[in-house]
Design a binder for this molecule. Structure first.
Ligand SMILES: CC(C)(COP(=O)(O)OP(=O)(O)OC[C@H]1O[C@@H](n2cnc3c(N)ncnc32)[C@H](O)[C@@H]1OP(=O)(O)O)[C@@H](O)C(=O)NCCC(=O)NCCS
Length: 205
């Protein structure tokens, strides 16, 4: 076995859990979702045909080295709220706990889409799905979400939730359009474990 393969095996053994919490949407059962066409590794980037004559956009695993570009995208994306769980350190920890489950879309060396994904052994969770405005409506949001769902399916997870601001009507229409159901019978409740948690920033989870 080559050293890269050994590293992959070691990474897979480190699978763990993570989630946070507003309005709850759940996916259709995994079997109803089409398999995504994505790159498995940064080194095996797959080009997407997300728009005519577009060979330059790739979807690949989110690495902590992408942090600055991803946060720049999140900061200028409506419907994405950042808090203490989004520091470089916190995101690095999240990616370690949920290896190879989060994805970015990259074009010309710039991050134009991103999503965090993890699970707690029972439910999957997606956070902060964002596509830059000028690259929307080309299938990237769906591909990023599907990439995560494929990873959750591989991990044996059967349902996936997201938390979405109640006033994010466009976001909810997107999720509904790609098959997610609004769980109107559920409400989110939360308790803070740290005094300064979320005190000044706005985030649904
Ligand atoms: C939501 C978002 C990620 C969608 O990204 P996108 O790349 O434009 O989505 P896609 O092109 O993959 O769209 C997939 C399908 O959903 C449809 N769709 C996309 N946005 C939609 C919307 N706001 N309302 C209804 N349908 C929508 C597309 O037309 C497409 O339909 P089709 O496959 O039948 O042609 C993007 O608009 C975004 O970043 N929004 C702000 C952040 C946000 O709200 N994120 C969700 C937080 S939980």
């Amino acid at each position: 076995m080559k050293s890269g393969q050994k590293r992959d095996v070691r990474m897979k053994k480190k699978l763990a859990v993570q989630f946070g919490g507003a309005r709850l949407l759940t996916s259709r059962l995994a079997r109803t979702l089409a398999p995504p066409k994505i790159a498995k590794h940064a080194t095996t980037k797959k080009k997407l045909s997300c728009c005519p004559n577009d060979g330059g956009t790739i979807v690949r695993n989110f690495h902590i080295t992408d942090y600055d570009g991803v946060v720049a995208l999140w900061r200028c994306t409506e419907g994405v709220g950042l808090n203490e769980s989004d520091t470089r350190r916190a995101i690095a920890a999240y990616l370690r706990r949920n290896p190879r489950m989060s994805f970015v879309a990259e074009r010309d060396g710039r991050i134009i889409g991103a999503v965090l994904c993890g699970h707690d052994g029972r439910r999957g969770y997606l956070h902060h799905l964002a596509v830059s405005k000028r690259h929307r409506q080309r299938g990237l949001g769906r591909q990023l979400a599907d990439a995560c769902l494929a990873k959750l399916r591989q991990a044996g997870i059967q349902r996936c939730n997201i938390f979405i601001f109640a006033n994010n009507a466009a976001g909810m229409k997107f999720w509904a359009h790609i098959g997610w159901k609004l769980r109107t019978e559920l409400r989110l409740m939360q308790i803070r474990l740290e005094d300064d948690c979320c005190s000044k920033r706005d985030c649904p989870c």
